[in-house]
Write a protein that binds this ligand. Structure first.
Ligand code: 5GP
Ligand code: MN
Length: 362
């Protein structure tokens, strides 16, 4: 039986992006380049890393010289995606700014992944904005800044940037342009698995189809799932226990929020990535429709918001936390002393914003 990609999915394939046309344009831009940089968002997660590495592998299969550049390091929990030489070909701007600047100087193509605006690369954004190389965006967030890119491939009805990269590469490889290696396939499986929270959300028919095809290519999903979920220290669970036990507040509006202060992070020895997934936990409560985690950093709280269908996390992040993201998974920042006088005022701000956000409901 001929197994065709997009076909049998025509009834439920919700993507609006034109994969064939986008892939052809990406292929042409890649063909015209020699030295390519991939760039993803600050505090890179599994999808940022997975989509970057997947794209880099494909570009390398075309003979291009590629570096994956991130504004700052990925958490150690996803270190397993950098196999062999990949670690040396991965650059973190906050760690080695001069190497990144030098490397970018004669890049002739920049592929931006898993963010809708160059400003999400924070420290790198000025350099990127001023860079003369054509830029390609492959992303799944709302409202992409199309004017920043020569080619924008953006789709919100998809699990992850990694999935979008997969369908583009699949199309290109089907036309004899480059190859999907096992490293590429494993990276894309990792990004899709983390962004769907192991198929708990943002899972479309195309997502399961991708997973099926990657498994058939030989991707070791057990290894990936084990590393994503079972490689934390004891401290992570102790901190989660404390948060759920003593910090979680649940409001009459059905919002749960938890504040993690700098003292807590120090006390439990938490590193970046250790709090991944904490914000999802309160959604287990039937009456909770939105969950907010505030994590103190230098001069601001990092905000993570998750919501159930019918409640917009994205609008909340945009309106109250200088952020954005997806309809049901978003983030932002709450600055002190600009937004609130001091860290201790965070709960009061959250209580105010919940009343304001849900106040007009009948
Ligand atoms: P997380 O809670 O996992 O850090 O982020 C969830 C989602 O919100 C991600 O899709 C991420 O891109 C988005 N997000 C997180 N922080 C920010 C932010 O400061 N600004 C914007 N625009 N989006 C954010
Ligand atoms: Mn993503």
């Amino acid at each position: 039986m001929q197994y065709n990609l997009y076909f049998c999915t025509s009834d439920y394939w919700k993507m609006t992006v034109d994969i064939a046309n986008s892939a052809a344009l990406l292929g042409r831009m890649a063909a015209a380049s020699h030295k390519v940089a991939t760039v993803a968002h600050t505090h890179p997660d599994g999808d940022a890393a997975g989509s970057s590495i997947g794209m880099a592998c494909w570009l390398e299969s075309l003979g291009k010289e590629v570096r994956c550049i991130f504004p700052d390091p990925t958490p150690s929990t996803i270190d397993f995606v950098y196999k062999g030489e990949r670690k040396e070909k991965t650059l973190f701007f906050s760690k080695e700014p001069e190497t990144v600047k030098t490397w970018l100087q004669d890049c002739d193509l920049i592929v931006v992944l898993d963010m809708n605006d160059i400003k999400r690369s924070e420290g790198l954004s000025d350099i990127l904005k001023a860079h003369p190389a054509p830029k390609v965006l492959v992303d799944h967030h709302l409202e992409p800044s199309r004017d920043q890119f020569a080619l924008t491939v953006s789709e919100t009805e998809i699990s992850s940037a990694s999935e979008l990269v997969y369908w583009l590469l699949k199309e290109l490889c089907g036309n004899g342009v480059g190859k999907i290696s096992l490293e590429c396939a494993s990276a894309l499986m990792t990004g899709m698995t983390t962004d769907t929270n192991n198929f708990a959300n943002s899972t479309w028919p195309s997502t399961l189809e991708m997973a099926s095809q990657l498994l058939a290519m030989g991707v070791d999903r057990d290894f990936i799932v084990e590393h994503i979920n079972w490689h934390y220290g004891e401290n992570r669970l102790r901190a989660l226990g404390m948060l759920l036990g003593t910090r979680m507040a649940v409001t009459p509006e059905g919002v749960a929020y938890m504040v993690l202060y700098k003292e807590d992070t120090d006390h439990y020895g938490l590193e970046d990535g250790d709090t991944e997934g904490f914000v999802n936990m309160p959604l287990a409560i039937a009456k909770v429709r939105m969950s907010i985690l505030l994590k103190e950093d230098k001069g601001y709280f990092r905000i993570s918001i998750r919501s159930k269908k019918g409640t917009s996390a994205a609008t909340c992040a945009t309106k109250y936390f200088h952020g954005g993201g997806h309809e049901n998974a978003s983030g932002g920042k709450l600055f002190f002393p600009q937004d609130i006088p001091a860290p201790a005022d965070a709960p009061q701000y959250v209580q105010y914003m919940i009343k304001d956000y849900f106040g007009n409901e009948s």
